[in-house]
Design a protein around this ligand. Structure first.
Ligand SMILES: [Zn+2]
Ligand SMILES: [Zn+2]
Length: 303
């Protein structure tokens, strides 16, 4: 039943919607199918969609990072206005992202492309309700999965040092730190992003929208800017952690494990709304110009 609601298939797989109940998204879905069917059906499409969304977002934030030192109107939104993102930081983070994608993500996508037939596209678009509920469902599920993964990879020293410490080499993140990850972490995140919409029986359009949303909020969590449109300012009752809380996680790794919402950290007693530690590492980082080595040696799993 839930699967039917989320896929929007209330009238059965092949039934046609009466005109007055046609999904609002139908014209857009018809257009996409008519003009881009080959691309949409390719198993490579989700990986490419995710990568291009990520590159577009980090390009935007990186331009801001480079302008911020001389533009006070940008700097006033920075969480750590005293830090500067150097070309060395940009090169190091981009190099690992490129390495992971060339070595793991693209081969996995190509293997899927060779072994799996092109994905069939349903003729009907999801209803707007099914589309939005599907995204919310995927976000809630992903938040729980990553929360468990994250706590485990902080509490078990071997898991931390082998797979997660690399992400904590930056104590004051900037957008490119979003995918400064071990291959295992990138694989776990990619797997849930792909599988969760299938588990919840979502329409493929919902799945792709969730993928874009997930990349956007992950980049926002690391961007280092607390803009007026940041999600934690828009979602009421402090339910959304967002950039402020994830920034605190990088400074105080024993807090704020959930990537999106705050409820799991509230329940586990690991929620933290403001930092108590001075950002000492970044001062040294700026002096040495190499944050990877400077703060990496002090990596602290917060267990
Ligand atoms: Zn992070
Ligand atoms: Zn962590």
């Amino acid at each position: 039943m839930l699967g039917n609601v989320l896929s929007g298939a209330w009238h059965g797989g092949n039934a046609t919607w009466p005109l007055h109940t046609r999904p609002l998204l139908q014209p857009a879905w018809d257009y996409l199918q008519r003009h881009h069917e080959g691309t949409l059906r390719s198993p490579l499409f989700p990986a490419l969609l995710s990568i291009f969304t990520y590159l577009l977002l980090v390009l935007f934030y990186t331009v801001l990072d480079l302008l911020a030192p001389t533009w006070p109107s940008i700097r006033r939104y920075q969480i750590h206005p005293e830090r500067t993102v150097t070309w060395q930081n940009i090169g190091a983070t981009l190099a690992l992202t490129t390495y992971n994608h060339l070595l793991y993500i693209f081969p996995a996508a190509v293997a899927q492309w060779l072994w799996r037939p092109p994905v069939p596209l349903p003729p009907e678009a999801p209803s707007l309700t099914a589309f939005l509920l599907g995204i919310v469902g995927c976000v809630v599920l992903f938040d729980f999965q990553y929360y468990l993964w994250h706590v485990l990879h902080h509490r078990i020293s071997w898991l931390y040092s082998t797979f997660h410490a690399i992400h904590h080499q930056y104590r004051q993140p900037f957008s490119l730190v979003t995918q400064y990850l071990s291959a295992w972490e990138l694989f776990s995140v990619g797997l849930w992003t792909t599988v969760d919409p299938v588990l919840l029986g979502c329409h493929c359009l919902t799945g792709w929208a969730f993928m874009i949303f997930n990349v956007w909020v992950s980049a926002e969590d690391h961007c280092g800017y607390d803009f007026p449109w940041a999600l934690h300012r828009l979602v009421p009752f402090g339910l959304w952690g967002g950039v402020q809380r994830h920034d605190i996680h990088h400074l105080q790794p024993g807090t704020n494990f959930a990537p999106f919402f705050t409820h799991w950290d509230w329940l586990a007693g690991t929620a933290c709304a403001s930092t108590t530690k001075p950002p000492r590492a970044e001062t040294e980082e700026d002096e040495s110009g190499d944050s990877t080595k400077a703060s990496g040696q002090r990596a602290d799993n917060g267990a």
